[in-house]
Design a protein around this ligand. Structure first.
Ligand SMILES: O=c1[nH]c(=O)n([C@H]2C[C@H](O)[C@@H](COP(=O)(O)O)O2)cc1CO
Ligand SMILES: [Zn+2]
Length: 180
């Protein structure tokens, strides 16, 4: 048979471009976004970041712990003072609250929240009532605090799973933003 006029079929195993090895896994990316977002926090002791992702694996929001509008540079970051009004605790807006408020979608129903610290009870309420369907957290540093224990109790009652994050790829991601 004369093959001169036959169309050449590309050989998938030879000559075609292969996909890049070692590209960032989706969940590693989302937690990395949460960690990067935490770097915006002005809290000298604990910086928290959150990243909310919808069912199409699209980021719909991020947030970090920060003072409410109008309170920046006017409210304290102290952890301990004789009077609790002089500490950060009554004022600071948690990362999860900010992420839910910052959403670029109508709601956060069915979304997953990636957060660098296990959500406290107040954040758990927002997560549950907002319709978030899963929590992925990095640190459970405050697991013995009552606010974490009751948070887990509420999440359990609402049937919202929470799992600790473990990276699928390399645990360290280096970002260089130097233009040169
Ligand atoms: O769910 C949370 N989300 C969140 O943004 N935070 C913030 C509030 C404070 O700024 C900081 C905790 O401060 P500290 O570790 O010094 O107690 O983390 C804390 C929690 C859980 O405690
Ligand atoms: Zn909280």
């Amino acid at each position: 048979m004369d093959k001169r006029n036959q169309k050449q079929q590309p050989d998938p195993s030879n000559g075609s471009k292969r996909k890049r090895e070692g590209c960032l896994d989706c969940s590693d990316y989302f937690m990395a976004v949460a960690v990067l977002t935490s770097k915006m926090s002005e809290d000298p002791n604990t910086q928290v970041g959150a990243c909310i992702v919808n069912q199409d694996n699209k980021v719909v929001s991020t947030g970090h712990n920060q003072m409410p509008k109008g309170g920046k540079d006017k409210l304290p970051w102290e952890q301990k003072k004789e009077d609790e009004h002089d500490t950060k605790y009554p004022y600071v807006c948690h990362a999860e609250l900010n992420a839910i408020m910052n959403k670029n979608s109508a709601d956060v129903k069915g979304c997953t929240i990636y957060v660098t610290l296990f959500p406290c009870n107040e954040c758990a309420k927002l997560i549950i009532q907002g319709g978030i369907k899963a929590v992925v957290y990095l640190s459970d540093r405050y697991k013995d605090r009552y606010s974490t224990k009751v948070s887990k109790k509420m999440l359990d009652l609402a049937g919202i799973p929470y799992e600790q994050f473990y990276p699928k790829g390399a645990p360290e991601i280096v970002i260089n933003i130097n233009p040169n």
